[in-house]
Design a protein around this ligand. Structure first.
Ligand code: ADP
Ligand code: MG
Length: 256
């Protein structure tokens, strides 16, 4: 590692953000190590998306700071910052009037760079789509294919950090599982640091190295999956773990 670099990919230092009287994010301090795959779990409204948006400056904290590889994100030009961060959203989809290739190339283009058709083909291959998809329009794709394009777009700028905000929430369970595994493989192969927001504790436990649980704007648990399954993390975290556990028990009862 070069001098001055840290092995912390992302650091939140006392980050708070209010919307009126709502404390969306309340004094969050977390270090995320390079190469880790972190899941951020919490009920709707617990502050997950707001916290993620402070990383690429879609949300500016009222207090505290966010460091990307030791650099305060507030000091980086947004286009450059957003190029270093791959962001996959559930809701903000693809631009409907642009081809798949144009959608994939949008982030580098905003930073003043064009990416060639070879690179588009390579990015499509990473998400297991063949090159012929480059000229399609988003309306010609299934939900799962659209999210694959979303992942390819997030990877187009060669990011150091991949943020996924409920990326697979709208997908059927089989597609969701396949894409989760694919993202986990890309994370490893491309040497990324990844943070995935999900409200599904089963998904978090099965994909992540570390699970953070948010409640009312605060991080209330920070545990490895094995520890959570074995009862760690406190009441809120255990409330989430209870759901897949009860499902697994009910399924086991059906076995002969
Ligand atoms: P999550 O992603 O965990 O569902 P959010 O971070 O989206 O939660 O929201 C946290 C809280 O902040 C919620 O109460 C939400 O209504 C509020 N909030 C988020 N964004 C805004 C905004 N732009 N304006 C006003 N309130 C917001
Ligand atoms: Mg959200």
């Amino acid at each position: 590692m070069a001098k001055g670099e840290t092995d912390t990919a992302l650091r939140f230092e006392g980050v708070s953000k209010r919307f009126g009287s709502v404390r969306a994010v309340d004094d969050v301090s977390i270090d995320i190590a390079r190469g880790s795959f972190v899941a951020l779990v919490g009920a709707s409204g617990s502050g997950k998306s707001t916290l993620m948006k402070t990383v690429n400056r879609l949300v500016v904290p009222d207090s505290g700071r966010v460091l990307l590889r030791g650099e305060d994100v507030a000091s980086l030009p947004p286009a450059k910052l957003r190029r270093r961060i791959g962001y996959v959203f559930q809701s903000i989809g693809l631009f409907p009037h642009m081809t798949v290739a144009e959608n994939i190339g949008i982030i580098p283009r905003l930073a003043g760079d064009r990416i060639g058709s070879d690179r588009i083909a390579e990015l499509l291959e990473l998400v297991e789509l063949d090159g012929s998809y480059a000229t399609r329009m988003p309306s010609e794709l299934s939900g799962g294919q659209r999210q694959r394009i979303g992942v390819a777009r997030a990877l187009a700028g060669d990011p150091v950090l991949l943020l996924l905000d409920e990326p697979f929430g709208a997908l059927d369970p089989v597609t969701r599982d396949q894409l989760g595994e694919r993202v986990r493989k890309l994370h490893r192969d491309l040497d990324l640091t990844s943070v995935m927001v999900t409200h599904d504790m089963a998904e978090a436990l099965l994909l992540a190295d570390r699970v953070l649980v948010m409640d009312g704007g605060r991080v209330v648990a920070d545990e490895e999956p094995r520890a959570l399954v074995n009862g760690a993390g406190g009441a809120v975290a255990q409330g989430f773990v209870a759901v897949p556990r009860a499902q697994a028990e009910r399924l086991a009862e059906l076995e002969i």
